[in-house]
Ligand binder design. Structure first.
Ligand SMILES: Nc1ncnc2c1ncn2[C@@H]1O[C@H](COP(=O)(O)OP(=O)(O)OP(=O)(O)O)[C@@H](O)[C@H]1O
Ligand SMILES: [Mg+2]
Length: 245
């Protein structure tokens, strides 16, 4: 069952005076329900752009985006905002928490934004905070939390509306190796226990290794969707041996 599908996505950024960057040049992606997929590729290859289109944060110039079978790229902005707040959770590199709010308030805000009453939002936020193991830090502000703890709050915020999809753009980018592992394990655990589909843009091979599959991009295109199993070099050697006699 497909959860995310993109068809022939093109995106140009105008730089003014007739200059533009062709950031996506026909991107096709197909991600199953419950999959945890990494997107890798050099800087400027279009990873974040592709993720923004999947996350309904921006629209393509041409091509189509489907989330859970529903076409989303041609919706009105109001509809997109609703889809985004209910169906999609985001985790970014810089945590993006509101500094004047406590952990639980940061998480509750996302639930209110998706339409929950203040009381329901607070209840859901408390549960999500407990789920990421931060019950005893619930009323701390971001500045009173470590980087790993702040990213846990961001994970709680991403899961509070029980979205079908969680998108992460370098979610472990600002974390040390041990904390990256911890955050990756937590996301994997949520993926397995809830069946939430994860798409993680990453430069970290260990993060990609922990995913089900890696989609590789270069120059605005998908150059490898990680699906075709390439023959292992040792199998290739065996074949060559056989051919050779
Ligand atoms: N808002 C923008 N305005 C103009 N150009 C942009 C904008 N966003 C991205 N670009 C350009 O589009 C191309 C793709 O950028 P994108 O951010 O998608 O790459 P990326 O693979 O996420 O790179 P990185 O690994 O550095 O985050 C780059 O050439 C970039 O400079
Ligand atoms: Mg990027």
């Amino acid at each position: 069952m497909t959860m995310i599908k993109t068809k022939d996505l093109h995106k140009k950024y105008e730089l003014g005076k007739g200059n533009h960057v062709h950031a996506l040049r026909g991107v096709d992606m197909d991600i199953d329900k419950g999959e945890m997929v990494a997107i890798m590729g050099p800087s400027g290859s279009g990873k974040s752009t592709a993720m923004h289109l999947i996350g309904c944060l921006d629209k393509p110039d041409s091509g189509e985006v489907y989330i859970d079978g529903n076409r989303v790229d041609n919706q009105y902005n109001g509809t997109l905002t609703r889809i985004r707040s209910r169906e999609i959770g985001f985790i970014f590199q810089g945590f993006n928490l509101i500094p004047t709010m406590t952990a639980v308030e940061n998480v509750a805000l996302a639930a209110e934004y998706a339409g929950a009453s203040k009381r329901d939002a607070h209840d859901a936020a408390k549960k999500a905070i407990e789920q990421v193991g931060l019950k005893d830090r619930m009323y701390h502000r971001p500045s009173e939390l470590s980087g790993g703890q702040q990213q846990r709050v961001a994970i709680a915020r991403a899961i509070v509306n029980k979205p079908g999809v969680i998108l992460g753009d370098e979610p472990t980018g600002d974390l040390d190796t041990a904390t990256s592992h911890e955050i990756m394990d937590m996301m994997r655990d949520i993926n397995i226990t809830t069946g939430t589909t994860f798409v993680l843009v990453t430069h970290n091979p260990e993060v990609a290794e922990a995913c089900d599959r890696t989609i590789r991009m270069r120059d605005g295109e998908v150059i490898d969707d990680g699906r075709e199993s390439k023959p292992e070099s040792r199998d290739l050697d065996d074949e060559l041996m056989e051919v050779g006699g």
